[in-house]
Design a protein around this ligand. Structure first.
Ligand code: PLP
Length: 440
């Protein structure tokens, strides 16, 4: 029997490549028809056929407070009455930049003095890399296998997220000379970091790293690894770009960097990138860093970057409202819900006899179908990933929407209350049994 989701998917495939506007949405790795969402509120989403799900996707991260938080929606509505886009500076963007800079600090460390607003995480990382190259006069970039930093040309080599889901080594359409500027090394591997700097140290502009990997499943940095990246890069005159697009303002008020600083791992990245939560569900992202680096951007410096919709007033209103509402209790609520679901997930998979590990980074988590939590991309890929599709579909049939790929983190919101958590906990045992019964 077909429903409105099937009808829409059939139509979508006629007018859109693969029926979607971002690859993982197509359900390629889990099969079946993607749910076309009609509305979302709090911790729940409703599809085009009227089915409601408790949501663990949260728009892939932005919905920290829950979907359509009334105060965020009101801020956007109010902004809309004053104009949709000006292409001129606004008071709101000054406030948002100041708020971002103010939140990312620990003790005396205030690594962000200037912020530039852009529209997507891809733009933020792309600009950060251009800035690092402009600042150092060098070309090479080091990235880690399985890390995803958006879809700009140089960053698609052995990337996570949809590139991992589709099992692509990279992307067609990237000229070989551009791909050759990116050196890909294994994550959580100090020897590989040493080796790449020993060989190319005076040509490396920057190392870009997800603050914690979360696009090959959640893979936290081993203690000291982020500090080692900063130290090694700085020893060789290179910069560290800390990509907090996914983790920023989600795992801690000051991002994953703040979480690590609070735990005693202090290091100073040169450029931070943000997205997702910082725009509260609207298209907005940012990069920030010390004035001496950021001021190399046009109009002050020679590194060009621009955007018709940069600092869009509706996006800025959503970002400001979200960050102002993202107080310590929001993080406490999400952390507690995360700990509870991790325990329930572990318990259900253990009871069903499924070989698994549940990886965590702050309040981010997800399950891998292997005995130990992966430390890098090779380990993340070496799992019984065929078990995820039946697990995913069982959860969905029981009213819980998970990310449609084993390589994605599960996202909670502050709106996940007792009722939603119970519903998820109740659904897990049957899903775990479906995973156990999956044909190899
Ligand atoms: N960096 C990281 C760590 C991400 O997780 C993502 C998106 O998932 C991006 C960059 C790209 O952001 P966007 O999808 O907004 O371009």
């Amino acid at each position: 029997m077909t429903d409105r989701n099937d009808d829409l998917f059939a139509r979508a495939r006629v007018v859109t490549p693969g029926g979607v506007n971002s690859p993982v949405r197509a359900y390629g790795s889990v099969g079946g028809t993607p749910r076309f969402l009609a509305s979302a509120s709090g911790a729940r989403v409703t599809d085009a056929a009227g089915n409601e799900y408790v949501d663990l996707v949260a728009s892939w991260g932005p919905a920290l407070l829950g979907h359509a938080h009334p105060e965020v929606v009101a801020a956007v509505q109010e902004a809309a009455t004053r104009g949709l886009s000006f292409g001129a500076p606004t008071e709101g963007e000054v406030e948002l930049a100041a708020l971002i800079a103010d939140r990312v600090r620990f003790g005396d460390a205030r690594p962000i003095e200037r912020v530039r607003l852009v529209s997507t995480g891809t733009e933020a990382t792309m600009t950060a890399i251009r800035l690092a190259r402009g600042a150092t006069g060098r070309d090479l970039l080091v990235k880690f296998a399985g890390h995803y930093h958006g879809h700009s040309d140089g960053l698609l080599a052995e990337a996570g997220s949809g590139v991992a889901t589709l099992a692509l080594p990279g992307s067609a359409g990237v000229p070989a000379p551009i791909a050759a500027q990116t050196l890909v090394i294994g994550y959580n591997d100090p020897a590989a970091l040493d080796a790449v700097f020993a060989e190319h140290g005076d040509r490396i502009a920057a190392v870009i790293v997800e603050a914690s990997a979360a696009n090959m499943g959640v893979v936290a940095p081993v203690p000291g690894f982020n500090r080692l990246i900063a130290d090694t890069a700085h020893e060789h005159g290179a910069l560290m770009i800390l990509d907090e697009v996914l983790t920023g303002f989600r795992v801690h008020p000051a991002g994953f960097w703040g979480l690590q600083a609070a735990a005693g791992e202090d290091y100073l990245p040169d450029i931070f990138t943000f997205g997702k939560v910082v725009g509260g569900g609207m298209p907005l992202a940012a990069l920030g860093g010390r004035a001496e680096i950021m001021d190399l951007l046009a109009p002050l410096g020679p590194v060009y970057q621009a955007g018709t919709l940069s600092g869009n007033p509706l996006s800025v209103a959503a970002g400001l409202a979200t960050l102002r509402l993202a107080t310590a209790d929001v993080y406490d609520t999400i952390d507690a819900a995360s700990a509870r679901l991790v325990a329930a997930l572990e318990g259900a998979l253990t009871d069903a006899g499924v070989v698994h590990s549940v990886a965590k980074a702050g309040n981010l988590f997800n399950a891998s179908f292997r005995a130990s939590a992966p430390r890098d991309y090779a380990e993340a890929q070496a799992q019984d990933s065929f078990r995820y599709a039946p697990f995913f579909h069982s959860m969905r049939e029981q009213g819980v929407a998970l990310p449609p790929s084993v390589f994605e983190a599960w996202f909670l919101t502050a709106a996940h209350g007792e009722e939603e958590l119970r519903l998820i906990e109740a659904a897990l045992p049957a899903a775990a049994r479906a995973a156990a019964d999956a044909p190899a």
